[in-house]
Write a new protein. Structure first.
Length: 87
């Protein structure tokens, strides 16, 4: 029963994040919007690829750091318990 409740909470949290993120779409710069709207297809493609270039490297870096922290999580805990036992 407790595992089922945990999954329900996770699903509700995910749905809330997806529903409430719609407010973030209203946070665009008016100058950027008018410049992109008045430009041609070539500039729009350049903007889209530029956005990807700015998003992808930080995303991979944060995933990598999270993965390393997850892998090394027990190493630091074991070092702390062994140093406490030495006292």
């Amino acid at each position: 029963m407790r595992g089922r409740l945990s999954w329900i909470c996770r699903i509700c949290t995910l749905l809330a994040c997806l529903i409430l993120s719609a407010a973030c779409y209203a946070q665009s710069c008016a100058l950027c919007y008018t410049q992109a709207a008045s430009s041609g297809n070539r500039i729009i493609r350049g903007l889209r690829s530029g956005i990807l270039v700015l998003i992808i490297p930080p995303m991979f870096m944060s995933v990598g750091i999270t993965w390393l922290a997850y892998r090394k999580r027990n190493q630091f805990r074991q070092d702390a318990t062994s140093s406490q036992e030495d006292w």
